[in-house]
Design a protein around this ligand. Structure first.
Ligand code: F6R
Length: 613
């Protein structure tokens, strides 16, 4: 959580910092701030505001920051200390000499804070961050990089920060531990940020900073240390990301744009991995085919929407490859007795590659000797560094806080893995694998055709009719279960309406008590071997006065007799229906949030990347 940016170079940087922060806003938007430092004048502008970047711009007003060519900025997702201007970053040392913007948590801050207070230091905020500038100011002896190196070992937790000192106006010093930090290398300038989009419009040459490294940046270069040891020069790598990904491209929100980008995300995730003969090439798993064929057990660890993708993956892998799969939320897995070990494959699914719990669960499994593969969308993310192998989704940058295209791309990536395993395990025949490969290839086109059809507009209309309902129950069976979990999560995240999502067979064991006349029940009723069972459940809820909104496969005429509203999903084989069926539910949630006038891209209290446990 939180986005940080710093710039040092030859250009006035006020607008570079503010634009960079806008690109990082998906990481947190409780409050924001920036400070500009100028040669000979010290801090020439420092503004903090509660709210999103628009509020910061309003508080800052017009201005040129005195033409300052160095500065830092921050967008916050509060962990320690309420959302107030005083708790917004940058934070300064009591003497005003050191400024800090930070992402992450200093776990031993209470101890450090009382030590500093006992030494007479007065604190201005309730944050954990503030101990950092105070410590650096006390350690400073004319060399900011040396002071940061001296302080770093004292800090517990996981964090990335950028520091500036008024006596060294042309220099920034940054450090990281388990939180992302990248350097952007330009002509006579350097950027430092939590994520590449912050400076993508200015430079595509990036240098990744490793755990516990300190980097000092000035206009002409940067130097990296690990402890007191200066690291050899690290050549930048060039990113070829599409810059438009950080723009809405004519859509009213990032989420809507990203829903429409799903066909491309699915095509790209398949890419050249699916061969004409139905075989699957997955580079980078860190396991050759012989080793993969020996895998007897798979554990999947993930959070939120990525966990739902893992649940879908279980059906596919168990059906196609006959390998048992255990799927668990990472925040629980990490604290349970871990029984994974050598010979087991552990998949850590995380679009951001930064989720603290998922990283921790992957580490636990790796320490036990399991082979850990990160399924992630972000190249060079922490998950890719912590894992033995990587299976990339290729969804492109996702900015909307509610995950959409990264989720369907995760399901596609897991489908490819399941197909590969199915062949390696001889659970699928060559002909069977070929059929499945053809079906997988058809999915992006089917989703594309759906999104271009009048169906999405009808979903929006249906959504508007339900927008004021106070509660929704979601039901499904078999692969419809993770779909209804995901649909319900989307709705609660962006519309703030309470939802329950249950396997339909469990309904009579409790949730049915929630129903009253007119209660909306969303039922995933796509074609498959449990369709008739789902129809029975529909009848049971209708008998109690509920209104049924069914997600059904295009062309299924029977469902219209049972449901009050039907949200059509593109036709696919039953096991692949989760990709097709989740799209109308994304749109349904979107339509409700839109009718309620809510900001779908920045739902309250949420952040795109959850780097704290
Ligand atoms: C929901 C959503 C979250 C994330 C979860 C894990 O729309 O986006 O539930 O899925 O925070 O994030 P990653 O996949 O980055 O580990």
């Amino acid at each position: 959580m939180c986005g940080i940016i710093g710039y040092v170079g030859g250009r006035p940087c006020r607008e570079l910092i503010l634009t960079g922060l806008e690109r990082l806003e998906y990481r947190g938007y409780d409050s924001a701030g920036f400070a500009l430092i100028d040669e000979g004048h010290g801090v020439v502008e420092s503004v903090r505001a509660v709210g999103n970047l628009a509020e910061l711009r309003a508080a800052a007003g017009e201005g040129n920051g005195n033409g300052a060519t160095a500065g830092v900025g921050h967008t916050r997702w509060a962990t320690h200390g309420r959302v107030t201007t005083a708790n917004a970053h940058p934070h300064a040392s009591a003497d005003g000499s050191v400024l800090i913007v930070m992402n992450g948590i200093i776990e031993n801050y209470l101890e450090l804070r009382s030590e500093l207070q006992n030494a007479g230091v007065v604190f201005a905020s309730d944050t954990d961050t503030e101990v950092v500038p105070q410590l650096i100011a006390r350690a400073y002896d004319g060399d900011l990089a040396a002071a940061v190196r001296a302080v770093l070992p004292r800090l517990g937790g996981h964090f990335a920060f950028v520091a500036a000192h008024v006596s060294e106006p042309g220099r920034l010093v940054a450090a990281r531990r388990e939180c992302p930090l990248v350097i952007g290398v330009g002509e006579g300038e350097r950027f430092v940020a939590s994520a590449i989009p912050a400076f993508l419009s200015e430079t595509r040459d990036v240098v990744l900073i490793e755990d516990d490294e300190v980097v000092a940046l000035d206009a002409d270069g940067h130097a990296i240390w690990q402890g007191e040891e200066r690291q050899p020069a690290r050549p930048p790598s060039r990113v070829d990301w599409d810059e438009d990904a950080a723009e809405k491209g004519g859509y009213e929100s990032f989420m809507l744009k990203e829903i429409h980008e799903q066909p491309a995300a699915l095509w790209d995730t398949i890419g050249d991995r699916l061969r004409g003969d139905g075989s699957v090439e997955l580079d980078g798993l860190g396991l050759d085919d012989a080793a993969l064929a020996r895998v007897e057990r798979i554990h999947v660890v993930a959070c939120g929407t990525s966990y739902h993708a893992g649940l879908v993956g279980r059906y596919l892998i168990e059906d196609w490859a006959r390998v048992p799969v255990h799927v668990e939320v990472a925040s629980e897995y990490r604290y349970r007795t871990c029984l994974a070990g050598p010979g087991d494959l552990v998949l850590g699914i995380t679009q951001s590659g930064e989720t603290a719990d998922t990283l921790a669960a992957m580490r636990v499994a790796r320490e036990r000797g399991a082979h850990v593969v990160a399924v992630t969308n972000i190249m060079g993310s922490q998950a890719t560094r912590d894992a033995d192998g990587v299976l990339y989704t290729r969804a492109g940058l996702e900015i909307g806080v509610a995950a959409t295209k990264t989720h369907t791309a995760q399901v596609m990536a897991l489908s490819l893995l399941a197909l590969k395993l199915g062949r390696l395990k001889w659970a699928l025949t060559a002909a069977g694998a070929l059929d499945l490969a053809d079906e997988l290839r058809r999915i992006p086109d089917a989703v594309e055709a759906y999104l271009r059809s009048p169906a999405p507009e009808r979903v929006m209309q249906a959504a508007a009719a339900y927008a004021e309902r106070p509660f929704f129950l979601y039901l499904g069976r078999h692969v419809g279960v993770p779909v209804c979990f995901e649909g319900a999560l989307k709705l609660k995240e962006i519309s703030y309406i309470p939802t329950e999502a249950y396997p339909a067979g469990e309904m009579k064991h409790g949730p049915i008590a929630l129903l009253e006349e007119g209660s909306p029940v969303v039922v995933v009723a796509t074609d498959g071997h449990v369709f008739d069972k789902v129809v029975s459940n529909i009848q049971e809820v209708r008998a109690r006065g509920a209104r049924v909104i069914a997600v059904a496969t295009e062309g299924n005429e029977e469902i219209e007799r049972h449901a009050d509203d039907v949200l059509w999903a593109p036709r696919t084989p039953a096991l692949l229906s989760p990709i097709a069926a989740v799209v109308p539910l994304q749109l349904f949630a979107y339509g409700i949030a839109q009718s309620r006038g809510l900001n779908v891209d920045q739902p309250r209290n949420l952040a795109k990347t959850v780097t704290v446990e």
